[in-house]
Design a protein. Structure first.
Length: 359
């Protein structure tokens, strides 16, 4: 189900701390300029992973952010629309050991300016609240229903039995924020656990390592068991990356970071690749097949003849899929005892006809 690519580099970084320092230098200085919003995104993600995993960084590893941290107040004042990125970077730098305590003043300023009140979504408001809470500030004191709305969304399991990547990523981030990235019990209900399992089943069938890694992290943060089949597959995927000097930056960096974050939290090391010099890109060799697409087309083509009962449908469905799609489906079924419940939603049988809804 995957192609293995061996990483070949001409030098060695002999410790995890050295490799992480090299990655920080790549993201801080080797890919984009600091005026690029994608620079903010990439560096916020990298630093967040290191901070949330309690990384023990090499001395001087954060020096590449010295000038950025020095004038972060001016950046925040001129680019308040990016306050979540800027605040996240500042807090993580300081919590990872960079000198200074600017984060306290920045969180207070963010709350005073009412920036979280300008957010359009509950998920963005939740991120803003979590960031400010790291310095003891609640920027949304009047919104006492935010967590309840997030939990209600996450507990609607039927949402996650159908392909919807945006909803699935929002689900993982809800668990991230409620758990403070694994620092406390998010107290998710059984329905939310089912939501994660359904979304994970779809990600596995879609060979989407980026999303599946996030789902496995969310399950771990919630104290839930992660299917061994998923973990084994994700561990294989880290070997499908090549790190190389290249001008193109529309790459797979996020997938690379999520897989390494997953491996770190799963006790499997993570950040084991030596990091080349230059304008680094992260290229992944992707599977050629698309089991989820095959499965969706198969179910759709059955029309009114499809059933929501997986036991009834298994033989007919498997008979119409390619060998690789069949193998993925068998592995997906074996990974969870909720596959029947997942398929009941995925088949989309029993929905009220639109014509009846209009009458």
């Amino acid at each position: 189900m995957t192609t293995i690519v061996q990483l070949n580099v001409p030098f060695r970084q002999h410790s995890k701390a050295a490799r992480q320092a090299a990655l920080l230098k790549v993201f801080a200085q080797g890919r984009r300029t600091q005026e690029d919003v994608f620079w903010l995104k990439e560096n916020a993600e990298m630093l967040n992973i290191l901070e949330s995993t309690g990384a023990d960084l090499a001395p001087g590893a954060l020096d590449v952010y010295g000038a950025f941290h020095d004038d972060i107040e001016q950046r925040m004042e001129f680019f308040p629309q990016y306050y979540r990125f800027l605040l996240s970077i500042c807090l993580d730098l300081e919590d990872l050991g960079a000198p200074g305590n600017k984060g306290a003043a920045l969180t207070e300023w963010v709350a005073q300016q009412g920036l979280p009140e300008a957010e359009l979504s509950d998920l963005q408001r939740a991120e803003a609240r979590r960031l400010c809470a790291r310095r003891g500030i609640d920027p949304l004191p009047a919104d006492d229903g935010l967590d309840a709305r997030l939990r209600r969304f996450a507990a609607r399991s039927q949402t996650f039995a159908m392909p919807n990547k945006k909803a699935a990523y929002e689900l993982t981030h809800i668990v991230f924020y409620l758990s403070e990235y694994g620092r406390k019990d998010p107290r998710i209900c059984a329905a939310t656990t089912s939501s994660l399992m359904f979304a994970g089943t779809l990600a596995f069938l879609d060979f989407n390592a980026d999303l599946l890694a996030e789902i496995c992290l969310a399950l771990r943060f919630a104290g839930q068991a992660v299917p061994r089949v998923w973990e084994l597959w994700l561990t294989q995927q880290i070997r499908t990356f090549t790190l190389k000097d290249c001008d193109g930056l529309q790459d797979d960096y996020h997938e690379y970071l999520m897989l390494n974050w997953f491996m770190s939290r799963a006790g499997q090391g993570g950040f084991g690749d030596n990091v080349p010099r230059g304008r680094l890109t992260f290229a992944r060799t992707r599977p050629a097949s698309a089991p989820l697409r095959e499965l969706s087309q198969c179910i759709y083509s059955m029309g009114a003849g499809r059933s929501a009962d997986w036991e009834v449908m298994r033989t007919e469905v498997c008979g119409q899929l390619s060998g690789e799609a069949q193998a993925a489906l068998v592995a997906a079924e074996a990974s969870t005892d909720q596959f029947g419940a997942f398929f009941e939603g995925f088949a989309r049988v029993g929905l009220r006809p639109i014509a009846e809804a209009r009458s």
